[in-house]
Design a protein around this ligand. Structure first.
Ligand SMILES: [Zn+2]
Length: 125
């Protein structure tokens, strides 16, 4: 189980990722993200969720997919399942989360799924 300090660390990573992807974010929304960043209370999480959903609507497909991934990661954080592989329930390596804070799978499952995907697409030479 991830402790509160670790969770806060990854939450900040996720929020800075969010700001990076939301380049045409308005001043007001940017401030809302900063407030959420400073305050881990539930009410600010809800406000954050509004901001994220509004953002997702304004962004293009690629960015909004990223925003949706970040939103999901924050939701898993609230549910206490952040950092746990959704396929095998094993904790995801923290170095992996550092590199990809929205990761839903551990490295083993990710690799397995890529193999499966490759098989579905047919053998490549
Ligand atoms: Zn797994």
């Amino acid at each position: 189980m991830m402790n509160a300090a670790k969770r806060e660390h990854f939450k900040r990573l996720l929020l800075s990722e969010l700001q990076r992807h939301a380049k045409h974010i308005s001043e007001e929304q940017s401030q809302a993200l900063d407030v959420a960043n400073d305050d881990a209370k539930e009410s600010s999480d809800l406000a954050l969720r509004d901001v994220i959903q509004e953002l997702a609507l304004k962004l293009g497909d690629r960015d909004s997919q990223m925003v949706a991934d970040i939103d999901q990661a924050l939701m898993r954080m609230r549910e206490g399942s952040y950092g746990i592989c959704i396929r095998c329930n094993q904790p995801i390596d923290e170095r992996r989360l550092e590199a990809m804070p929205t990761a839903r799978y551990d490295a083993a499952c990710q690799a397995e799924m890529e193999v499966l995907k490759g098989q579905k697409a047919g053998p490549s030479l």
